[in-house]
Write a protein that binds this ligand. Sequence first.
Ligand code: DQA
Length: 145
Amino acid sequence: MEKPVYILNGPNLNMLGGREPGIYGGKTLVDIETDCREKATALNVSVEFRQSNHEGVLVDWVQEAAEHAAGIIINPGAYGHTSIALHDAIRAIAPLPVIEVHLSNIHAREPFRHQTMIAPVAIGMICGLGHLGYSLALEALAARL
Ligand code: DQA
């Protein structure tokens, strides 16, 4: 069986739906997971969809992906701006393809969101396109696999 694409979500993304909907949209993370599963079926890939508020858990999942995943889509939440540990974990599993996704346009927001520790070690980054970013990332990853 083909390995799944890991779709990893970082801190506070479990709060989507009620969390600043003007910035992040009205969909819950469960809605986004449902959309991803539909898109994955259309693309004939499988997905493993997870969320954690804990940096170390995300690092563990990136390491696990090296053996068990075909690639990673990660919305690292705020850890994307700060986590050298996630940056290093992604470097360590090269050349497994990783795409970073943010719902909001991090470059149009506060300066502390402009930096990403993940983009330099990802094959690409999508931000500002809301929940559609996940589907577009899946499409890009599927085309590459
Ligand atoms: C986010 C952007 C981050 O700056 C923020 O900390 C999040 C969500 C996004 O999807 O737009 O938690 O990753």
